[in-house]
Design a protein around this ligand. Structure first.
Ligand SMILES: C[S@@+](CC[C@H](N)C(=O)[O-])C[C@H]1O[C@@H](n2cnc3c(N)ncnc32)[C@H](O)[C@@H]1O
Length: 157
């Protein structure tokens, strides 16, 4: 069993080693050329919607969640092509995605969440998720930050 699920892998830019420990999912499967001629490619193992995975509960040791973070970007801009664009109902969109990532995590599994505050601040994001990370950086100065959540065991009450 592959231990890590990337819920929305895009072009897998932050991996040091794109090895066989990770199952790569993304709703889109595309390739394109950016304005500066750079190639952009996204070839996931599956194209599931992160709001509804056809995966059993408690399946993965780790889930990586780097959802779209841009709201005020043109739908056909290269930023939207690269990172996707959030819908107007982004709060419920991300909450459903987050809850679904938690569902497929094993108890005490970790959820690695990446975010960028260009359009939505960390406090607003955490309010929408209805959850508090164990640790992470706060994004001051640098708009991109990482948060680590853990799925608690039901027996913890
Ligand atoms: C910020 S990008 C991910 C970037 C990626 N981590 C990388 O290193 O290149 C967000 C990704 O979420 C995907 N996405 C958006 N909505 C989705 C959904 N409902 N289910 C699965 N993937 C989704 C987009 O297609 C996009 O590739």
């Amino acid at each position: 069993m592959i231990p890590i699920l990337d819920a929305c892998c895009g072009s897998r830019m932050f991996y040091f080693n794109k090895n066989n420990l990770v199952y790569f999912n993304d709703i889109r499967d595309y390739s394109d050329t950016l304005y500066d001629d750079r190639k952009l490619g996204n070839y996931p193992d599956t194209r599931w919607d992160f709001r509804s995975f056809p995966i059993l509960d408690n399946s993965y040791h780790m889930v990586v969640f780097d959802p779209p973070h841009l709201l005020k970007v043109g739908a056909s801009s290269w930023l939207a092509k690269k990172y996707g664009k959030l819908p107007a109902d982004w709060k419920s969109y991300l909450r459903q995605g987050f809850d679904e990532c938690m569902r497929v995590l094993k108890p005490y599994g970790t959820l690695i969440f990446k975010w960028n505050e260009t359009d939505i601040k960390q406090t607003e994001l955490l309010e929408a998720l209805g959850a508090m990370p164990i640790l992470g950086n706060r994004g001051r100065g640098n708009k991109t930050f990482w948060l680590v959540f853990m799925k608690e065991s039901e027996s913890d009450g």
